[in-house]
Design a protein around this ligand. Structure first.
Ligand SMILES: [Ca+2]
Ligand SMILES: [Ca+2]
Ligand SMILES: [Ca+2]
Ligand SMILES: [Ca+2]
Length: 290
């Protein structure tokens, strides 16, 4: 970006929300990811991928909930500097690993530390637990080192939920739940995740419709089946999934993994994507176009 014509503003919460569409552009995969953002007002709209243009551009401040992370039931910040315990700050559903399965700590996470998975055998697993059945959201920040070979497992519970990257579609976001004993899956195809950049991915199911999100914005399309999510007393895994006889490991960094007991709305996911800062006072750096 060019640097001339900088204007510095302190913008209050109302204006921040009016600029929500701008945030989505600023936080796109090609952008940096810190609090103070540079915004080229003329070009961000054109540069933003089609999949990231949505009704969020017309967001009204009054419709946002005060709770930053509504209905969250587990939240692994993955800030730990070594094994074996990775804290679930919501519900004590801590994840662990042993020996060669343990990821390396990665200091430059999306928020504080993250974990670096080797793509060979690294994974974290919780103890057995039951899961939501009427609705679910799963999300994570990921920064792949490589994307080759099999699908990549990001978050997984056998026979319940799969947040993956689909190798058949250039490693786009792929979310699945098991509804009434049958797989319900949406391979979004046009949400390709880039190498070596932090990308936020999420999937939701509300008892009827399954949707996927990338960088806080819904990817067009969905699949529908009315029913309840299967409930299994099994572990959750981070950095791994098992499906169709394949062990699917992820090579790269994972941060801020969370699950919720309902399908979050587009606004709720957008708020989490920007770290729930919409209502905060914050400095913005706005660049005039060249
Ligand atoms: Ca973290
Ligand atoms: Ca290993
Ligand atoms: Ca690696
Ligand atoms: Ca798939």
């Amino acid at each position: 970006m060019k640097t001339r014509g900088n204007l510095f503003f302190f913008i209050s919460c109302g204006t921040i929300l009016a600029l929500l569409g701008g945030f989505v552009g600023v936080f796109n995969p090609a952008g940096a990811a810190s609090e103070a953002k540079k915004m080229n007002l003329d070009t961000w709209q054109e540069e933003r991928p089609f999949a990231q243009r949505s009704s969020l551009d017309n967001t009204d401040a009054s419709s946002l909930e005060p709770n930053c992370r509504p209905n969250q039931i587990s939240y692994w910040k993955l800030d730990e500097t070594g094994p074996p315990n990775y804290v679930d700050s919501q519900d004590g559903r801590d994840a662990t690993c042993t020996g060669a399965e343990c990821p390396e700590p990665y200091a430059a996470g999306k928020y504080d530390g993250a974990q670096d998975f080797d793509g060979l055998d690294d994974r974290l697993a919780t103890a057995n637990s039951y899961n939501p059945t009427t609705g679910i959201t799963a999300m994570a920040w990921i920064k792949p080192d490589t994307l080759v070979g099999l699908d990549k497992g990001i978050f997984y519970k056998d026979g319940v939920v799969y947040l993956e990257l689909e190798s058949d579609f250039n490693f786009s976001v792929d979310f699945s739940v098991i509804v009434n004993g049958r797989l319900l899956e949406y391979e979004s195809q046009d949400s390709r995740v880039p190498i070596d950049q932090w990308t936020h991915i999420a999937g939701t199911y509300d008892g009827r419709e399954l949707k996927v999100y990338m960088n806080g914005v819904r990817i067009p399309g969905s699949v529908i089946r009315v029913g309840s999510i299967d409930n299994k007393n099994k572990p959750y895994y981070i950095g791994y999934s098992f499906k169709e006889t394949e062990n699917r490991y992820f090579d790269g960094k994972i941060d801020e993994v969370a699950i919720f007991n309902k399908a979050l709305s587009e606004l709720e996911i957008a708020r989490i994507y920007v770290n729930c800062t919409f209502r905060s006072m914050m400095p913005l750096v706005i660049e005039a176009p060249p």
